[in-house]
Design a protein. Structure first.
Length: 135
C-alpha cells in the first residue's frame, strides 16, 4: 500500500532539525562541509568545493570566513577579499543569496521557538494534575 503523509501541524518545523543552536551546523573538528573524495585534490579545488558547500548550507559571509580559516588555515582577510571579488562579479546571484540566507536563519529561529514551545507545553501538561487534554 501507499504510505500516507501526516499533514503538517503548526508545531511542525519548516526545515530539517539543525540542532540546538540554529547557526551551528557541524561539530568541532568535522569536515562535513567537504564532500568525500577518493583521491586527493589540489588545495584550490578543495577550497572551491568547501566554499560551494558553505553556500549550499546557507552560510553568511562571516560563517564562510570562519569555516575556511578553520579548515584550511586561510587568512580571514584573504577570504573576505575573495568573497568581495566573487560578489562583485555575480551581484544578482549574491543579492538573492543574501535574501535566502536571511530567510533560512529566520526559519531556523522559528523551528527553535516551536521546539521550545512544544517542550514548555509538554512540561506544563505534565505538572497539571487531572488534565489529559491539556486545557
Amino acid at each position: 500500500g501507499r504510505m500516507k503523509r501526516k499533514a503538517p501541524s503548526s508545531s511542525t518545523p519548516l526545515v530539517p532539525n539543525q540542532g540546538p543552536h540554529p547557526t551551528k551546523r557541524r561539530q568541532k573538528g568535522s569536515s562535513s562541509f567537504l564532500p568525500p573524495s577518493s583521491a586527493p585534490q589540489p588545495l584550490a579545488q578543495r577550497v572551491r568545493a568547501a566554499l560551494l558547500r558553505c553556500l549550499t548550507l546557507h552560510f553568511d559571509n562571516e560563517e564562510i570566513v570562519t569555516a575556511l580559516a578553520k579548515k584550511f588555515k586561510i587568512q580571514q582577510i584573504d577570504t573576505r577579499n575573495l568573497l568581495k571579488k566573487i560578489q562583485e562579479k555575480n551581484p544578482t546571484f549574491f543579492e538573492a543569496y543574501q535574501v535566502r540566507v536571511r530567510v533560512w536563519k529566520q526559519l531556523l529561529l522559528y523551528n527553535s521557538l516551536v521546539r521550545q514551545q512544544r517542550e514548555q507545553l509538554r512540561r506544563s501538561r505534565a505538572t497539571r494534575p487531572g488534565t489529559s487534554s491539556g486545557f
